[in-house]
Design a protein around this ligand. Structure first.
Ligand SMILES: [Zn+2]
Length: 361
């Protein structure tokens, strides 16, 4: 493991303009390689973003850092990694109308074809078109000094949100927001979150911001439960359900991606309750009649958010001075990008969220 740098990698400048940049790629053997790349030039509908913050995602760790694994989204293709990015627009293409140099933006992790059923609904994450772009997977991502982004992928970052807020807004918080929207969460709901990863933390934080007073957490990790309680994100935290205890949560968000966690999510829901599955991976075994059908549950699969809703989320956070960066547990400079990935890998499912910041001017 470790950063492999074949020769000193620096950022070259000619006449005050950067012509080369450093970017991180993942060979698939639990290492990180920093290489020099040319600074891209934006085409007509593209912008060049000077990256200020990028987050390490679980997907990066599981399907690119440890090994290159196909997960239905297309295999990591050896490009610059990084799927959650925020930065400042440096240059714009000839036909860009909505952005200008100096704008602060978060970059949505996928640019869709714009025509397929998912794109038509506003969900580029699930785009099935041949022109789908996934930053950090099929196209160079944000773990670099610059990112070439499609204009439509950019979400203006209002004050007082920081770039770390922006990086977490684009995927982690937008997924949590989508889950709550899909559940049509209400202040009267009794919300249960299963699992305590970064999306779970985001779910609890956003639920609180919407006025939900009853928020419970099931997670086996005592440190994660303690953190959620100390931050006031939940008023009840336990490893799991108590057979003799109270059940009947009207809304449940399942983030663990664990077979038992999913069954717990269904069985903890009240009759006519709504459940959202967010955590991916693994499988589950349940009794459809007893666990779902006869209890009249509604079960949602949530994969990414409507990009317009993410813009609404940015405004929601800014109005309330809420900062997604509170969900970050570790922060490294780009010089320590290898340590950043190793830390995220070692944390496993214990709720870590690792950020890489770029201190370039
Ligand atoms: Zn599409």
């Amino acid at each position: 493991m470790g950063v492999t740098v074949q020769r000193p990698v620096t950022t070259r400048r000619v006449s005050g303009l950067n012509v080369s940049m450093r970017g991180a790629v993942l060979p698939g053997d639990s290492s990180v390689v920093v290489r020099e790349f040319p600074v891209p030039r934006p085409a007509a509908h593209q912008v060049l973003v000077r990256v200020k913050a990028a987050a390490v995602t679980d997907g990066d760790v599981h399907t690119a850092y440890r090994q290159h694994v196909e997960d239905g989204l297309g295999r990591y293709s050896g490009v610059i990694c990084g799927r959650e990015t925020s930065g400042v627009v440096q240059a714009v293409g000839a036909r860009v109308e909505s952005l200008a140099p100096g704008d602060r933006v978060a970059v949505y992790p996928v640019a869709g074809c714009g025509e397929c059923p998912d794109c038509s609904r506003g969900y580029p994450t699930g785009c099935t078109g041949s022109t789908r772009i996934a930053y950090g997977r099929s196209r160079n991502g944000g773990m670099a000094e610059y990112l070439l982004a499609e204009e439509g992928s950019c979400i203006l970052l209002p004050e007082p949100l920081s770039h770390v807020d922006g990086a977490l807004l684009s995927c982690t918080f937008s997924t949590a927001w989508e889950a709550l929207l899909r559940l049509q969460i209400d202040q009267e709901d009794r919300l249960l979150v299963v699992g305590a990863d970064a999306v779970a933390m985001a779910t609890m934080m956003l639920a609180r911001s919407l006025g939900v007073t009853s928020v419970s957490l099931f997670d086996e990790n005592p440190a994660s439960r303690k953190r959620a309680l100390e931050r006031g994100l939940t008023d009840f935290a336990a490893a799991g359900p108590n057979p003799d205890g109270e059940g009947g949560w009207t809304a449940v968000v399942e983030c663990s991606g664990d077979p038992e966690g999913r069954v717990t999510a269904l069985r903890s829901a009240a009759r006519w309750g709504r459940v959202a599955f967010v955590g991916e991976g693994s499988s589950m075994l349940f009794e459809p009649a007893q666990d779902l059908i006869r209890r009249q549950l509604t079960l949602h699969g949530v994969y990414g958010a409507r990009i317009d809703d993410v813009r609404g989320l940015a405004a929601h956070l800014a109005e309330r001075s809420l900062h997604p960066s509170e969900a970050a547990t570790h922060c490294f400079s780009f010089a320590d990008v290898e340590t950043a990935y190793r830390t995220a890998d070692e944390c496993g499912s214990s709720g870590c969220k690792v950020i890489v910041v770029f201190d370039q001017p």
